[in-house]
Ligand binder design. Sequence first.
Ligand SMILES: [Zn+2]
Length: 303
Amino acid sequence: MEEGFYIDFLNVWHPAMRVAIIGFVLGWLGLYAYHHIRLLTLKEYKAKYDHISKYQANLFFYSILSLALGVMSYLNTLRPETVALAPMWFFVRLFVTLCIGTLIAYIAWLVLNYSYPTKIQRKLQYFRYKPRINPKTGNRMRLLSEEEEDVHLDEGMQAEENVFSVDYDVWIDEVTNDIKIEKYPGYLQASQCDRCNFQTLRLEKEEITKTATEDQDGELIKHYKCSYCNRIRRETKTIARLGASGKLYKLPEKLHFKDEMDKKVKTVELKIFSNDGKSRSFDFPSTLQAQQFLAEYESETVE
Ligand SMILES: [Zn+2]
């Protein structure tokens, strides 16, 4: 009686798994195709850039996840004769497929965190610096340097650039003087100021008003200041009671750059490694900018 029920169950399970294989494989290919078709239909390089930076990593992860589920569904249809012998074999097969599925998802996660960002970064750079064409005249536009572009940016935009929260690219059609300004995320976080609306509200200092102990939470006041309109905002935060966690990372007090080096240096690359094995690199056109960046970075809390 019980055996009959088990066989009936398998007669539903195996066809269901076959349907699932088709569904997940379509999901995998569909996400992949959607991303590339969307990229093709977006005409502007800036739009392509935004699409990649916003969606590509997620689409990659979900498409691999779908593939992993498809593989799991397929593995769950194998050796039907053996599985029909006893329910134990059904669970053995299920367990093995779960392990394989988890492994695939884990590898995808590793790739996504450690090698994929470089690939995406390269693609983003390509779309960001590919020469723009003026839609009105068809002329090739030129990207202005940091020094040249300031004339075309208003004060608020310059303030955003100075705290590295936003990076503006200014393209010029040198025949007609048409200007195209593109907005990119900067290296550092700054909140949008609720008075002037620029992304220039930066953490100025943190003040501990109550020290955290092993059995009591502490209190911290964060002082924010807008570097454009000088608005000041305070926020009170709770500091979690002390655990066994380590110390916060702090940049060295002094950083040495030779001034005359700036003339020969094309780009300055800064690479910051954090304890969890992640690294981020930043490019600057001059050591002066890199130094200013470090000054800003230091005031940013590293969680
Ligand atoms: Zn402001």
